[in-house]
Design a protein around this ligand. Structure first.
Ligand code: ZN
Length: 179
């Protein structure tokens, strides 16, 4: 994830897109003007609603005090979640970070930018870059042949949750090494 890029920023892109194109299909890089009356953009709308509801439910379950200060904007849920949970004990901060990275990946993929989201992440098994997003199975595939050979010849595939968890653990390890 590049500096300045985040789940907040990507959710803002999706909500802006939805407000500007409520009638369009899924966001595409090039607008297709040939579709006469495209259906309401329900996949994007339900994705936005589900993501925000998930962050709120998770935050309030872990810290019921958070309910008193629910954020005013949709994308504000991430900062609000961090504010209430980042300093919690045990594995909560890691779970928060995993959720945030997973949402970043999912928002970015839904906006049609899977390459930006997936490319920088290394395969959790072979620790090499080269993951490709396959929208048909909604998973990233490791194209490394040695990795597949060690997996009975089958290319390993990863969910956004698995990749987000690997990234969150990697960040935590880097921070611990730096202190
Ligand atoms: Zn691999």
């Amino acid at each position: 994830m590049e500096h300045g890029d985040s789940a907040e920023a990507r959710l803002r892109t999706l909500t802006t897109y939805f407000r500007e194109h409520p009638e369009a299909g899924r966001p595409e890089r090039r607008a297709t003007s040939t579709t006469p009356k495209a259906p309401l953009n329900l996949p994007v709308l339900s994705h936005i609603q589900d993501s925000v509801a998930e962050v709120i439910a998770f935050t309030e379950a872990a810290n019921p005090e958070a309910r008193k200060t629910r954020p005013a904007t949709l994308e504000g849920v991430y900062g609000w979640c961090r504010e209430h949970l980042s300093y919690a004990d045990g594995t909560v901060p890691l779970v928060v970070r995993t959720l945030e990275i997973r949402h970043y990946l999912e928002h970015t993929i839904l906006a049609g930018d899977a390459t930006t989201a997936i490319r920088p992440i290394w395969c959790p098994a072979c620790e090499t870059p080269g993951l490709l997003w396959r929208s048909s199975i909604h998973r990233a595939v490791c194209i490394n042949r040695h990795c597949a050979r060690r997996n009975d010849g089958i290319h390993r595939t990863w969910t956004t949750e698995q990749l987000a968890r690997r990234e969150a653990i990697f960040e935590t390890t880097l921070r611990e090494c730096a202190t």
